[in-house]
Design a protein around this ligand. Structure first.
Ligand code: GRF
Length: 200
């Protein structure tokens, strides 16, 4: 029986890759009906690369060279990603802002995960900043979101999914981080299942 060609995902990472690991596990268990065609990192020492190697997924390390402009790097990265002909490009702990020199190659196909609710705490250290806002009594809860990246807006694209994450008075930062990352892993997998099944 002809098997349905699986959606092809390329995942961009910069660090630990716990969200990548959640994707790898969900692909291997058949929850996500897709193939992770490659994992690309801008950081040679990203542990997520090790996770990909263990899963037999092709990896590529593409650090930005000092003499490269952002545009040159983004164009080079786009070329590398295009080699794998992805249906979706997933930013899972990718810590560089992507310009249109990258994004224009994958219109409406770049998906980002951010550990905050839409319109709150864009950019880096979002969890720390939400924790400090909670300590100051400015917010009662936070959350995570998965959104499209149509342009250079930082953590501001059309939201595909979001979920609240509770904040407790006794929380230390690491308690909130753990709770947020657990929510991220679940939300990312659930959202990928949805967007992939819509295209079957
Ligand atoms: C996650 O919180 C992700 O949303 C943010 O950076 C963290 C990376 O986590 N961009 P990991 O590398 O997937 O473990």
């Amino acid at each position: 029986m002809m098997s349905i060609p699986k959606a092809r995902l390329v995942v961009l990472i910069s660090g630990n890759g716990s969200n990548l690991q959640a994707m790898i596990d969900a692909v291997q268990s058949g929850i996500i009906k897709a193939k992770i065609s490659a994992v690309i990192s801008n950081k040679r020492d990203a542990y997520g690369l090790e996770r990909a190697r263990k899963a037999g997924i092709p990896v590529l390390v593409l650090p930005k060279m000092k003499e490269q402009t952002r545009e040159e790097y983004d164009a080079q990265l786009a070329q590398a990603v295009q080699q794998y002909a992805p249906d979706w490009v997933i930013l899972a702990g990718w810590m560089r802002i992507l310009s249109m020199h990258f994004l224009r190659h994958f219109p409406n196909r770049v998906v980002n995960l951010h550990p905050a609710l839409p319109g709150t705490f864009p950019g880096t250290h979002a969890i720390e900043r939400s924790y400090e806002a909670f300590q100051r009594g400015e917010i009662q809860e936070t959350g995570v979101m998965v959104h499209l990246v149509p342009d250079e807006g930082v953590d501001a694209g059309p939201v595909l999914a979001q979920t609240q994450v509770k904040m407790l008075p006794g929380d230390r930062l690491e308690d909130l981080e753990t709770r947020i990352h657990q929510s991220e892993h679940r939300l990312l997998v659930d959202t990928l299942v949805q967007i992939i099944s819509k295209e079957e």
